[in-house]
Design a protein around this ligand. Structure first.
Ligand SMILES: [Zn+2]
Ligand SMILES: [Zn+2]
Ligand SMILES: [Zn+2]
Length: 326
C-alpha cells in the first residue's frame, strides 16, 4: 500500500519536525555499481561542467502526497519540497579543493540560481545547501557533489540561530555574527582570511576541527554575493577543504559543510549568511562519535584544545596553498 511513505511528523517533545522517507532506505550503499554522476549516464549526458540533478531518493518532493492529522497530539505535514544534487565536476574523484576555477564558480552560481528559483515557489520556506564528504559521514557516492534541500519549514538549527540573532540585535543594536567575526579576527583561532571572508575555528566549537566561514560584509543570503565575493568564497572553500586534506597526510577527513542563510521570505536583516564545516576527526585516527551526552543530552563535549586545533588547521591550509601554487 504505502510503500514509499514520505511525510513530516512533528515531535512535540522537542518541538521539531522529522522527515520520514521510506524510499531512502532502498538507496544504494557505496555499491560497486557504475557511478550515477559520471558523464554519459542517462541523466549526465551532454556537455556540462557543473550539473544539477533531482535526488532519486528524495526526503522532500513536489509530488509528496497530502497528509491528514489523525490526532491533536500527533501532527503531520506534507513533505513538499525539493531534494537536489549538484554534481561539481565531471571528474569522479576529488573535493572542493580540486575543482578548477571554472568549476568552483559554476558550483557557487548553481547554489545561487537554485536558491533564487526555488524561493519563487511560495510553498517553500527555506533553501539549505550542504555537502557531505567521506565515508565517516556515510557518503554513498564519492563523485564530488553537494545537495540542496528546499523545505516547507525552517530547519530547527537555523530557527535557533535566527532567534538568537534577533535577541542579540534587539539588545545591542548589532549583528551577532558581525560581532563574532570582530572578536575572532583579533584572536588566535583564525585559520584563513582574504579580502571578503574570514574563516575561524569558533570559540564555542562543538567539533574539534570545526570551521566557520563568514563574509565580512553583512548580508543574509547566498544570492546576495557580489562577483568579487564569489571569487573570494571560492578561494576560501578551496583552501579550507584543501587544509583538511593536508592536515593528516594520507588520511581522508570526512566532513559536513552546511550553508546557513536566511529563509526565502521575511525580514531577517539581523541575520548573517555563513558556512559551517563539521569534520568527524578529532585526531588522525580518531573519529568523534556522537554518543550519550550529545545524542541523549544534547550537549557536546569537545575533547580538544580549540586554539591548538586552529593553529594546526591554519598551518595545514598554508601547506596546501604553497603546494597548490607550485
Ligand atoms: Zn563518478
Ligand atoms: Zn552581520
Ligand atoms: Zn550557523
Amino acid at each position: 500500500m504505502e510503500e514509499n511513505k514520505i511525510e513530516m511528523r512533528w515531535n512535540p517533545l522537542l518541538e521539531e519536525w522529522v522527515l520520514i522517507s521510506a524510499k531512502r532506505s532502498t538507496r544504494p550503499w557505496q555499491s560497486a555499481e557504475a557511478c550515477p554522476f559520471c558523464p554519459g549516464n542517462e541523466e549526465t549526458q551532454g556537455d556540462w561542467v557543473v550539473l544539477t540533478l533531482k535526488n532519486k531518493y528524495p526526503a522532500l518532493s513536489t509530488e509528496a502526497p497530502e497528509v491528514k492529522d489523525e490526532s491533536k497530539l500527533y501532527k503531520r505535514a506534507r513533505s513538499y519540497g525539493y531534494s537536489l544534487v549538484v554534481v561539481e565536476t565531471r571528474n569522479h574523484e576529488g573535493d572542493l579543493c580540486t575543482l578548477s576555477n571554472e568549476e568552483m564558480n559554476l558550483y557557487i552560481s548553481a547554489l545561487v540560481e537554485q536558491t533564487k528559483k526555488i524561493c519563487n515557489d511560495k510553498k517553500i520556506k527555506y533553501v539549505y545547501p550542504f555537502r557531505n564528504k567521506g565515508k565517516d559521514v556515510g557518503v554513498s557516492i564519492i563523485h564530488p557533489h553537494s545537495q540542496i534541500y528546499a523545505l516547507p519549514i525552517i530547519p530547527r538549527r537555523i530557527e535557533r540561530e535566527l532567534d538568537s540573532s534577533k535577541k542579540y540585535f534587539s539588545k545591542y543594536k548589532r549583528c551577532l555574527i558581525c560581532d563574532i567575526i570582530e572578536e575572532e579576527r583579533r584572536g588566535p583561532r583564525v585559520v584563513f582570511e582574504n579580502k571578503n571572508f574570514l574563516a575561524y575555528l569558533p570559540f564555542f566549537a562543538q567539533w574539534p576541527l570545526e570551521v566557520h566561514l563568514t563574509p565580512k560584509r553583512h548580508f543574509q543570503r547566498i544570492t546576495e554575493l557580489t562577483e568579487e565575493e564569489t571569487l573570494d568564497l571560492g578561494e576560501a572553500l578551496r583552501n579550507i577543504t584543501g587544509g583538511y586534506s593536508r592536515l593528516y597526510e594520507g588520511r581522508e577527513i570526512s566532513y559536513v559543510m552546511a550553508m546557513h542563510q536566511a529563509p526565502c521570505r521575511g525580514d531577517y536583516d539581523y541575520y548573517h549568511f555563513h558556512i559551517e564545516f563539521y569534520p568527524r576527526n578529532r585526531e588522525r585516527d580518531r573519529i568523534k562519535f556522537l554518543a550519550g551526552i550529545e545524542i541523549g543530552g544534547g550537549t557536546y563535549t569537545n575533547d580538544s584544545d580549540p586554539e591548538l586545533k586552529a593553529k594546526e588547521i591554519k598551518e595545514a591550509i598554508e601547506r596546501f596553498v604553497s603546494s597548490n601554487k607550485k
